[in-house]
Design a protein around this ligand. Structure first.
Ligand SMILES: CC(C)(COP(=O)(O)OP(=O)(O)OC[C@H]1O[C@@H](n2cnc3c(N)ncnc32)[C@H](O)[C@@H]1OP(=O)(O)O)[C@@H](O)C(=O)NCCC(=O)NCCS
Length: 404
């Protein structure tokens, strides 16, 4: 190894890998200083205003915008994959009703792996088939789980309905109005992809070992569940519910920060300006607040946002602003989605990004050839052997002690 490479690899040591480029990707781009997010070269603002989740899913997986017929075929393949296998529902019925929905989802992915018709098929086409199977079945799993844990029967899918509308139908057992379904569709677009975030890096790292797609997705779900990542939206809603009757939000925020606690939904590892997704979600909170008569959650969120920003600034932190999870919490709540299902709903969208990255990683679509991730760590422990101390077995030590 040349001296240059050695010097570089020493410099790379960086807790949390902030600012370290570990791979190339053609899937998305973020400019954190200027609040820019692109999916396959298209600005998120245009996609959310003009496109649909189905179109964005096609774009992310295939790398180009679909023609009309391609989009129809894609949507129809997803509709065909919506039904959950009967065994799956039977297993859910045996799970404890208070199980964490993210654990249920992770288990669900492994079950789907075991019952895949061609689990060992490794072509790009099979990866697309498996991706569609998961994009279609994750919402079905979430909805079925929510019904079953309330002692209700799962609702069968309705093929007349869009991906977002069908999810709300299967979750609540009543058809959503057009506005609510359209807001959810836009939320799914906003959450679908975000470069090398923790859960995406997790699946890329797992499949770089040539592990299968389902193994990568199960790893991603584990990473997403954490409160510093996708788990934040559930925590934001818990925080808002706890603050429902709080008169002095400023005092509450100061107290949280004084005790070293984090305000969930605020701050981002990459964006140092407004997260471009957060502005859309804030606007959706305004619209749904008016529509549902639940404006108090939007008002409370805005008070908390303003109070947190003021307090962060007093402490010299000018770049901690709402992220995608902050306003998605009141938006989902106003759609009747309970707090503990908010992270699973995030997964129901991000599954598209994960699958796109798994395919890119496995088929080396942005680099010369597939490569196993194998970073280095600097050993900062002790060197017993090298410093003269030697390993002594327990038996020997005991023999010494007993004098034998
Ligand atoms: C997402 C997050 C981990 C990114 O953090 P980061 O900018 O990469 O860096 P750090 O976690 O090291 O935070 C930097 C500093 O800002 C503070 N900070 C960042 N976000 C904060 C928050 N939401 N509340 C309170 N303090 C926060 C940290 O405590 C740290 O302070 P210190 O330097 O005095 O120790 C962080 O903003 C956070 O924990 N947010 C809340 C959880 C969340 O919403 N996650 C979803 C992200 S999309």
């Amino acid at each position: 190894m040349s001296e240059d490479v050695v010097a570089q690899s020493v410099n790379v040591k960086n807790i949390g890998l902030r600012g370290v480029t570990v791979a190339d990707t053609k899937i998305s781009f973020i400019d954190g200083d200027n609040g820019i997010l692109l999916y396959r070269g298209y600005r998120i603002e245009e996609l959310v205003e003009l496109s649909s989740f189905m179109e964005v899913a096609f774009l992310l997986l295939n790398g180009y915008l679909p023609k009309k017929k391609e989009l129809e075929d894609f949507e129809s393949a997803l509709k065909d994959a919506r039904d959950l296998p009967a065994f799956f529902v039977e297993i859910l019925k045996k799970c404890p009703a208070n199980a964490d929905p993210m654990d249920m989802l992770q288990t669900g992915i492994c079950l789907m792996a075991m019952f895949d018709p061609g689990p060992k098929e490794e072509s790009r086409e099979t990866h697309i088939r498996k991706s569609l199977r998961l994009i279609a079945s994750i919402p079905a799993m979430i909805a079925a789980w929510h019904r079953i844990r309330q002692g209700l029967e799962p609702v069968p899918p309705d093929e007349r309905l869009s991906h977002a509308a069908n999810f709300l139908w299967q979750l609540h057992g009543s058809e959503p109005d057009e506005k609510t379904a359209s807001v959810l569709d836009k939320c799914l677009i906003l959450h679908a992809e975000h470069t090398f975030n923790a859960s995406t890096f997790a699946c890329r790292q797992v499949v770089s070992t040539q592990a299968r797609l389902y193994a990568g997705v199960a790893a991603s779900l584990g990473a997403l569940s954490g409160r510093l990542h996708g788990g934040a939206n559930s925590r934001v809603m818990e925080m808002l519910l706890a603050l429902e009757n709080e008169k002095d939000i400023d005092r509450w925020v100061t107290n949280e920060l004084d005790h070293g606690r984090r305000i969930m939904g605020m701050g981002h590892a990459v964006y140092k300006t407004m997260d471009p997704r957060a502005g859309f979600l804030k606007q959706m909170a305004v619209e749904l607040g008016v529509k549902t008569g639940m404006e108090k959650w939007r008002i409370l969120s805005e008070k908390l946002e303003a109070s947190s920003i003021r307090e962060f600034r007093k402490r010299g932190k000018t770049d901690i602003l709402p992220n995608v999870d902050f306003y998605s919490a009141p938006v989902y709540f106003m759609m009747g989605i309970p707090p503990d299902l908010m992270t699973p709903v995030f997964a129901m969208s991000r599954i598209v990004g994960w699958c796109a990255h798994i395919i890119e990683e496995k088929f080396a679509e942005a680099q010369e050839k597939p490569a196993l991730y194998r970073p280095k760590a600097e050993y900062v422990g002790q060197y017993f052997g090298l410093t003269g101390c030697r390993y002594e077995s327990l038996v020997k030590k005991e023999e010494k002690l007993s004098g034998s």
